[in-house]
Write a protein that binds this ligand. Structure first.
Ligand code: FES
Length: 132
């Protein structure tokens, strides 16, 4: 099974590697474990809060469709390796993902309890969610 590593950032104290199923989106992989990737629109390509950078494995991902490219145009700090987490599907190759600041902020906005806990203790609480 492919592995997806979420890189350490101001919220995650260390790199986190999890197993994924081919065909799952990066957002699904994150949400199932409570890894902080925003999803304001619920994963339907209607926002850009699931914006991530694919630090490794970008070329292995399925190609971006026009709707995703249009959404990404309106995201913050878009780079050549930007993808929307709810649109990019894992294949059989390992990935390394860098969650954007935009996405971390959105996650905290959507999960005020997790934010409160983080602000009070400096520790991130993993709250698994299921989409669909
Ligand atoms: Fe809204 Fe991905 S969650 S575009």
């Amino acid at each position: 099974m492919p592995k997806v590593t979420f890189k350490k950032n101001r919220v995650l104290p260390e790199d986190l590697t999890v197993e994924a199923e081919p065909g799952e989106t990066i957002l699904e992989v994150a949400a199932e474990r409570g890894i902080p990737v925003g999803s304001n629109c619920g994963g339907v390509c209607g926002c850009s809060t699931c914006h991530v950078y694919v630090a490794k494995g970008f070329d292995a991902l399925d190609e971006m469709e026009d709707a995703e490219a249009d959404r990404l145009d309106r995201a913050f700090d878009v780079k050549l390796n930007s993808r929307l987490g709810c649109q990019a599907e894992v294949t059989d190759e390992d990935l390394v993902i860098d969650i954007t600041e935009e996405s971390l902020k959105a996650y905290f906005d959507e999960n005020p309890d997790v934010r409160k806990h983080f602000e009070a203790t400096g520790e991130f609480k993993f709250v698994p969610h299921h989409h669909h």
